[in-house]
Each structure stands twice: as structure tokens, then as C-alpha cells.
Design a protein around this ligand. Structure first.
Ligand code: R5P
Length: 299
């Protein structure tokens, strides 16, 4: 049985339940005048007879409220169905970018969220291109997890609709290099990376090549990243590559947050095509996680 939040995940729940051939129920939420939010699992008695509960819980947008709703939903399910096999799908793992203490005294939010989730005896968690899988593994030692690489699947999509014989794959920072090199090697394509330097105090980002390379010999560059938030990183990478002689820029990211018109920023910086998944509702999604998940859930 799928359990999902109604206001933003009903369509996902319907599609996933139909793909899995199972039922779904929803979580309703209610706000109090003092700003507190309360989650309630609808038809909770129906969960008593199922052998697997899959909680589908997007944590973006409205992140802070949704994180609380997630904990409340887990608490409610565990209260009513204490011994069930409870699996959790988090399409976009909010707070995962803070995977280390960059400045003295900062909180480590990735660890905090994992610690909270772990309290509820989760049988398995499904995550998608988390910011740093290494960090996730470090803090989620007691969690059984399945990490799904949407970037590999996005590349397959791009390969089927674009001419990529003379393309180079580009990681916009070193964090994405392993994934990009893995994809490039599988398809016998060249790859490289750019170096992004972010001033921790001002937030200003600058871009330079990670190695000496003549970009003008490539017709197109496919830039792959885990997420596009403000679009700053992708726009810098794109304009750098255009200035250095690449004709066509294809930008793809698993999670398209696209904050404050980031898509316009990207197209202005020279991006010709933009692709992503529906872990976050957006107009550029070409991959639907409800269609991808069944293969992993049935396993
Ligand atoms: C950062 O290390 C990530 O991999 C992304 O490059 C970053 O989160 C994108 O953020 P923005 O779109 O705001 O530059």
C-alpha cells in the first residue's frame, strides 16, 4: 500500500500505485492558528492488513513544514502499525547539501534528518542522486537504502534524441566527476570537469577548467549535475563552455528546483536544452520516478 501526502503527491501516488498494482491512501494536513502543522494518515485502519507500506514523501518545496509532516506521518504509521514493513521514498532529499560542518559551530543537517528517520524502524529508504552518497553512507549505516541514479537514466534519454558522437560530458564541479566519468566511460565518450569555488561567506561562485582541454573540438557538451537550484552553477558552466567554442549545450540534472526563474538564467547563459526528472514538479521533466521505482520496489 502506498501512503502519500494529498496536496502535492496525489498524482505521484496514483501513478505509482497503478504501476505497482496496489492501493494507496493519503495523508492530510491541518494548520493551526499558531503555525503548527498536524499530519493525519487517512484510512489508517486499511494499513493493518498490508504486508508492506511505502510512504512516498516529497520534502520540497515548503521544506521545513514538510520535514515535520514527514516525521509526524512516520510517528502515526508506527503508532498504529508498529510491526509493519515500512519503506520510505524521498524523491528529493532536502537538507542533504549540508553534509559536513563547513563553518565552525554549524549543524550537520544530513546526519540530523537521517537520525530522525532511523528512529522509526524503516525497512528501506529509496533516494535519488543524493548530493553526496559517500556522506549519506557514512551517516546512514543502520539504514537499508536503495540509491537510484537518475543521471544515468537522463543520459540514456539524451542519447536517444540528440546526436552525441562528438560530445563531451562535463561535471560542473568535482563532486559530480565520478558519476560523469562512469557514464562517459560506459558510452566511450570524453569527459572533463570544471572547478567551482564558492566563497562560504559571500556565496559568490567562480568557474575554471579542471584540466587543460580544447573545448572547441566538440560540437556539444552535456553538463550533468545532481540539482539545479538557483541555476548559478549550471549557468557559469554553460557560459564558460560556450565562450570556449562549444556549439550546443545540453544541461541535465536529477532535481530541478529552478528557484527564482533559474531556467531563464540558464537559457540566457547559453543552455540550448534542459532536462530533468519529476522529483520536483517542473516543466522540463522527462523522467518520472513512479515509472522507475517499481523495478526497485519489486526487487
Ligand atoms: C553543488 O555542489 C551541487 O552539486 C549543485 O551544483 C548545486 O547545488 C547547484 O546549485 P545552484 O543551481 O544554486 O548553483
Amino acid at each position: 500500500m502506498i501512503v502519500a501526502a494529498p496536496d502535492y503527491a496525489k498524482d505521484n501516488a496514483v501513478r505509482l500505485a497503478s504501476n505497482l498494482g496496489c492501493n494507496y491512501t493519503l495523508i492530510s494536513t491541518r494548520y493551526f492558528p499558531n503555525g503548527e502543522v498536524l499530519a493525519r494518515v487517512n484510512e489508517v485502519e486499511k494499513l493493518r492488513d498490508v504486508d508492506r507500506i511505502i510512504l512516498f514523501f516529497p520534502t520540497y518545496p515548503n521544506t521545513n513544514d514538510r520535514i515535520l509532516m514527514l516525521f509526524e506521518s512516520l510517528e502515526a504509521i508506527r503508532h498504529y502499525i508498529p510491526g509493519s514493513k515500512l519503506e520510505l521514498v524521498i524523491p528529493y532529499f532536502s537538507y542533504s547539501r549540508q553534509d559536513k560542518r563547513f563553518l565552525d559551530g554549524e549543524a550537520l543537517t544530513l546526519k540530523l534528518i537521517i537520525d530522525f528517520i532511523s528512529v522509526f524502524d524503516i525497512s528501506r529508504i529509496y533516494i535519488f542522486d543524493i548530493h553526496s552518497l559517500e556522506s549519506f553512507k557514512k551517516y546512514a549505516k543502520k539504514l537499508d537504502y536503495i540509491h537510484i541514479s537518475l543521471l544515468h537514466k537522463l543520459f540514456e534519454y539524451i542519447k536517444n534524441i540528440h546526436e552525441i558522437d562528438n560530445a563531451i560530458l562535463v561535471a560542473p564541479d568535482e563532486g559530480r566527476l565520478n558519476t560523469v566519468s562512469d557514464i562517459a566511460e560506459k558510452h566511450s565518450l570524453d569527459y572533463t570537469y570544471l572547478i567551482k569555488e564558492r566563497d562560504r561567506y559571500t556565496g559568490k561562485v567562480t568557474m575554471k577548467p579542471g584540466e587543460e582541454i580544447d573545448f572547441s573540438k566538440y560540437n556539444s557538451a552535456i553538463i550533468l549535475d545532481d540539482e539545479i537550484s538557483t541555476g548559478g552553477t549550471m549557468a557559469l558552466a554553460s557560459s564558460y563552455l560556450k565562450k570556449n567554442g562549444v556549439d550546443t549545450i545540453i544541461a541535465a540534472a536529477s532535481h530541478l528546483l529552478l528557484i527564482s526563474g533559474a531556467d531563464k538564467k540558464l537559457f540566457n547563459s547559453g543552455v540550448d536544452f534542459l532536462y530533468g526528472s519529476n522529483t520536483i514538479l517542473n516543466p522540463y521533466a522527462v523522467l518520472y520516478i513512479e515509472d522507475i521505482l517499481p523495478e526497485y520496489i519489486k526487487d
